[in-house]
Design a protein around this ligand. Sequence first.
Ligand code: DO4
Ligand code: MG
Length: 279
Amino acid sequence: MKVYKTKKGIIIDNNSTFYLSKESDWDAFVNRSQLAKEISHELKQLTPDKNLATVIQTDLMTPIGNQEVWASGVTYMRSKQARMEESKSAGGGDFYAKVYEAQRPELFFKSPAYRVVGSGDPVRIRRDSKWNVPEPELTLFVATHGTIEGYTIGNDMSSRDIEGENPLYLPQAKSYDGAAAIGPCLFVPPQPIHPDTLIHIDISNHTENLFSGEISINRMKRKHTELVEYLFRETTFKFGTYLMTGTGIVPPDNFTLSEGDEIRITIDGIGTLVNTVTI
Ligand code: DO4
Ligand code: MG
């Protein structure tokens, strides 16, 4: 099942049959244990409505209420290599090699809900940065009790020159207006997402393709449950939380985003998150 937040309410897509939920509060709707079961139960009391198929195109909102967005780092070999390269001259390369092998994962706060954008919205690159990339990431929705209840597509926009200059600049490279995108929906499967699920990215300037990449989530070094366990150790999440799981796709070092570029991130079973770059 896919759940869309729209201006008309919460729409449930069950194998291309669409329903409008009786619950209009996003936090109350998503932040439940055994969410897939709960939604299946609710569907029995709802009437399908074909018109809702267009509403998810015309009235789509970012699938977030009061949730924070957290992120994991260096969870794929490609990410480790890219970070070591960009921070080499600053002597930071070693940090990334160590965190890739360490028991404790890298987790960082990415964004409060009010700063997160959805599919169709612009993402931004910093005006004080010259080297910017999108990071396409499977993003978990974790309910208050620490259970993974759903998945969405995340874009962890990053300024590689700022991050590479000094690892302590990570929050500036990762958290600024327009740096976090999620959407288009919350995917709520009855079982955990399939390990062979593919993440695909296309970046174009509308006339030509600039970069494409693909990776399977089974190339991730850590388990989703392991990331969640560390995140929830000493922190509570009243509304549940989103957790980006790290990138395994990094464009070549001579690539940087420019204003107007279109970023399309597709994850099997979830859909496509589309954003255009502004400054
Ligand atoms: O360590 C820096 C950030 C890493 C990251 O965002 C990623 O691997 O996706
Ligand atoms: Mg990332």
